[in-house]
Ligand binder design. Sequence first.
Ligand SMILES: Cc1ncc(COP(=O)(O)O)c(C=O)c1O
Length: 405
Amino acid sequence: MSLTQSLASDVVLTDHVSHASVRSAYSAEANAVLSMTQAEAALAEISAWPGYQPTSLRELDKLAEHTGCSGVWYKDESERFGLGSFKALGGAYAVLCLVAQEYQRHNGESISLGDIRNGDYQTFTSKMMVTTATDGNHGRSVAWGAANAGCRCRIYIHRDVSDGRKKAMEAFGAEVIRIDGDYDDSVRLCAEESAENHWFVVSDTSYEGYMDVPRNVMAGYTVMAGEILEQQQTPFTHVFIQAGVGGLAAAVCSRLWMQSGVNRPRFIIVESQHADCWLNSVKAGRPETVAIDVETVMAGLSCGEVSALAWQVMQGCLDDVVTLADTEVAAAMKLFANGDMGGGNIEAGECAVPGALALMAICKDKDLQAKFDIDADSQVLLFGCEGATDETVYRALLDSVQGRG
Ligand SMILES: Cc1ncc(COP(=O)(O)O)c(C=O)c1O
């Protein structure tokens, strides 16, 4: 049996729920979180960064043929700014916005993000310490943004964050503190030490009283969707978007929803079964926290709590949530690497494959396929949100598939 056949026969959704949003124009609630003005400002700034290139939108023709869809498209974020994930867009942009805000607060003068990047405010920025707790990718973006803005940077990681990811943050000059606890412990310590020392937390999740920074993180992510709208004129019918706290999902869906209003695609969140806070929140009809008892191999999705801002956006446009087991993740990565999904040989990291897995799981079950309204006319958009962000982990996962297929 080929690897594609064996994966297709094994992959299943562990759970799913429909949210049944009514199709509407972009809502006032969502607009209060992310507006076209914010998305355009993020695109204007980020597209001026050295090395900026829109990442490829690849056509996965083999996956389309396998699932019987008209087209399957894959936004390949392995290429993003040499950082290997879409996260490069968010944290780094939010650091610059934060510096500009602080400068204005102190000096009553508004300054441009470009001038901050050029080092014109070095005396001011070198006194600012930015911090975050991270699984890896967000911290790398914050460390990069701090280096670009000339700020100091301190990153908190938990015991399971890989050494490769730690070193990548240190390479941007960040001080990385590894704690002997889990992600939540690292968040707590980061918050405590930052409050004591008047440091600035740049988090990718939002909660009551902490909205400005994560809003800018999400504004940075909208750049990806803006690029897609330039790259692809055929409207998408379905978007599968993986979620941790949901900042990525809300950013992408909001930008696509702004564009197409009532004709927007169906938005389907994909989660790990081990971190299913969106599934549980939709079932409960309000944000619910879940305990992370098992760390999913899709490290970036290992979040137990939805972001408040993301929840506000997704209330008006989320259609479904599906959850997956970890079991087929490595096999899917291998199919991408071998070119068996189509679109060439693609470096797809752990968090890049859940959309493809969910689509395959749905299309092997006629009832599910009908329920999700996927047929020969479907144009499906997937997000390859990371490449080999840790080369050792990536290789080990590909090697674990040896012997199958
Ligand atoms: C590669 C990757 N994909 C997806 C996500 C999920 O993003 P969010 O937490 O905004 O839902 C993350 C989060 O860290 C990530 O690193």
